[in-house]
Ligand binder design. Structure first.
Ligand SMILES: [Ca+2]
Length: 490
C-alpha cells in the first residue's frame, strides 16, 4: 500500500510528535526548551480561525438549524459572542478565502470565482492564484512572533493544471497540511488526482478529525508561543460521505448531496469541534485562545432554503442566503459569555484588522490599504458598534448578459451588491437588473423597491458601479491567456 495511514498519529493526536522525523524533533526540542520561560509570560492570545466550507446560515442549532443538534459548535457562541449579521466577502470559495486572508475585497486581487483550470480562470477574468504581494493576516501574526499553521482546504492557488503558484509558506505559514486544491497537497488526502477518492489514506469522513488533530498537535508543540491557526475543513461541502457504510450503501454519486448523508456529516463536524474544545482544555490554553467560527459561503444544496433560515439565495448568489453566515467568537479570558449581537453588520474582511487589534499585532499591509474595519471593541462586547461605511460585493461578472436559468430567483443574482445601513442594492456592472431591498422590512428580499425609491436607488447604483469600476482586478496585474491544452490521456 503506497500511502499507509498512520493510525497512531490519528488516534492519539498528542503523541504525534513521537512520529516526527529527527530534524523536526530537534526543532520541537528547542521549542520545548523555551516553553517554561515563555509559558509564564505568553500574553498574546492564540487565535484559531475555523472556516467551514459551504456551511449555511442555519445549518447549526445556534442559528436555528434543526438537522441535528450541534451542541459543541453552539458552545463557541454561548461561551462568547454570537453575531447575527455577519457576511462573507464573496459567495464562493476562492474569493471568500482571499477576502478573509487579505482583509481586502477579493475582486481587487482578480480572484473572481472558484479557481478552476487555467483556461476557465482566464475566461472568468480570474488569476490562477492569489498574488503573493497581497497582505496576509498570517504574515502579520508571524511578524509579531506567532507560530502560524494552515490545516485544511486552501483553494487560493494550485490544483488542476496550475503549477506556478506560490507555496503556502510564502503567505506567512510555518506549517500546513492541505487538500488537492492547494500548492502542495497532503499525500494522505490525495491518492488520486482529484479532490478526494475512496483510495485516500485518510477517508473523506475522517478529514475533519485529521485537521483537528493537526491543529491540536501544532498548538501542543508550540505551547508557550502564541499561535495563529487556520482550521479550514472540507465539511460542509459536498459530497456528503459520512462513513464507510454510507459510502458502500450510496454507491458512486448516489446520495452524496442528500440530506440523509448531510446530517451525519454535520453531526461528525460538531463532534470534532467538541474534540478541539476539549483538547484546548487539556492543553491548559482554552482561556487565552480566541476561537472564531464561521463559513466561507452559503450552502449548496440549500434544501429549499432550510439551510439559510429561509433567506433568499444560496452559494453563488449575492442574496442573503449566499453571503450571510453564522459567526461566533469565544475568548474566555476577555469576552463575556452569553452575548448575542443583532445590530453590528460585520464582513469577513474585518477579521484581519480586528484579529490584529485583539492580539496587539501591527497589521503588515505594505503599500496596500485594508478594506475591512477594526471591530475589536465590538468583539469584546464593549460597545454595539454600528458600521460607519457601506460594504460592497462582486461576484458573477462572467454571467452578465447570459440567459438566466429557470431557478434564477434562488441561484442567480446581479453581480454587484452594496449594503448601506438597512438598504441593499444589487445591480449588474452594465447597469441592468437593478434591485433594492430594505433588509429591516424585507430580510427575505421578496419585494424589489427600486422604482419606489428612485433617489436611493440612483445614488446607491452610482456608488456601487463606481466601486466596481475602481476595484475589479485593481491589483491583479495583466491576464495572460494560457497556451492550448495538451490532450490528456486518461
Ligand atoms: Ca466554499
Amino acid at each position: 500500500m503506497k500511502k499507509k495511514r498512520n493510525e497512531a498519529a490519528i488516534m492519539q493526536p498528542f503523541r504525534q510528535a513521537g512520529v516526527l522525523p529527527a530534524a523536526a524533533l530537534a526543532v520541537t526540542g528547542l521549542a520545548a526548551a523555551g516553553c517554561a520561560q515563555a509559558n509564564a509570560k505568553q500574553e498574546k492570545p492564540n487565535v484559531i480561525l475555523i472556516y467551514i466550507d459551504d456551511m449555511g446560515y442555519s445549518d447549526i442549532s445556534a442559528f436555528g438549524g434543526n438537522y441535528t443538534p450541534t451542541p459543541n459548535i453552539d458552545r463557541i457562541g454561548q461561551e462568547g459572542i454570537q453575531f447575527n449579521q455577519y457576511y462573507t466577502a464573496c459567495p464562493i470559495s476562492s474569493p471568500s478565502r482571499v477576502g478573509v486572508t487579505t482583509g481586502m475585497y477579493p475582486t481587487k486581487w482578480g480572484i473572481t470565482t472558484f479557481l478552476n483550470d487555467r483556461r476557465a480562470n482566464y475566461n472568468n477574468k480570474s488569476n490562477d492564484y492569489l498574488r503573493p504581494e497581497a497582505p496576509t493576516l498570517a504574515r502579520s501574526m508571524k511578524a509579531a512572533g506567532y507560530a502560524t499553521g494552515h490545516f485544511g482546504k486552501w483553494h487560493m492557488g494550485g490544483g488542476r493544471d496550475v503549477k506556478d503558484m506560490p507555496q503556502i509558506p510564502e503567505y506567512g505559514f510555518d506549517e500546513y497540511s492541505s487538500t488537492w486544491e492547494s500548492p502542495d497537497p497532503d499525500p494522505l488526502l490525495t491518492a488520486s488526482n482529484w479532490i478526494w477518492s475512496d483510495q485516500d489514506s485518510i477517508k473523506r469522513w475522517e478529514r475533519t478529525e485529521y485537521f483537528v488533530d493537526k491543529t491540536l498537535d501544532f498548538l501542543k508543540r508550540h505551547k508557550g508561543q502564541p499561535c495563529y491557526v487556520d482550521l479550514w475543513p472540507d465539511d460542509m461541502h459536498t459530497p456528503y460521505v459520512p462513513s464507510q457504510e454510507a459510502y458502500e450503501k450510496s454507491g458512486k454519486g448516489g446520495f452524496w448531496e442528500k440530506e440523509v448523508n448531510f446530517t451525519p456529516v454535520l453531526a461528525e463536524l460538531d463532534r470534532q469541534i467538541g474534540r478541539l474544545l476539549d483538547g484546548l482544555e487539556e492543553l491548559g490554553i482554552a482561556d487565552n485562545t480566541i476561537i472564531i467560527f464561521t463559513s466561507d459561503n452559503g450552502p449548496n444544496p440549500s434544501y429549499k432554503n432550510g439551510r439559510t433560515a429561509g433567506l433568499r439565495g444560496q452559494k453563488g448568489t449575492l442574496y442573503e442566503g449566499g453571503i450571510r453566515l453564522p459567526f461566533m467568537v469565544r475568548w474566555p479570558a476577555k469576552i463575556k459569555a452569553g452575548q448575542v449581537n443583532n445590530e453590528t453588520v460585520l464582513c469577513s474582511i474585518d477579521l484581519f484588522p480586528t484579529i490584529c487589534a485583539l492580539a496587539g499585532v501591527e497589521p503588515q499591509t505594505g503599500e496596500y490599504e485594508l478594506d475591512g474595519l477594526d471591530f475589536s471593541k465590538t468583539f469584546l462586547g464593549k460597545q454595539d458598534t454600528k458600521r460607519k461605511s457601506p460594504m460592497f460585493w462582486e461576484f458573477g461578472q462572467h454571467f452578465v448578459g447570459k440567459p438566466l436559468p429557470g431557478n434564477a430567483y434562488q441561484t442567480r443574482s446581479p453581480n454587484i451588491c452594496m449594503r448601506d445601513g438597512d438598504w441593499k442594492l444589487l445591480v449588474n456592472y452594465d447597469g441592468t437588473m437593478t434591485e433594492l431591498y430594505n433588509l429591516a422590512d424585507d430580510k427575505y428580499e421578496t419585494t424589489n423597491v427600486a422604482e419606489k425609491y428612485p433617489e436611493i436607488t440612483g445614488k446607491m447604483k452610482k456608488q456601487a458601479i463606481e466601486w466596481y469600476n475602481d476595484s475589479f482586478r485593481k491589483h491583479a496585474g495583466e491576464l495572460t491567456e494560457p497556451q492550448p491544452k495538451q490532450k490528456n490521456k486518461k
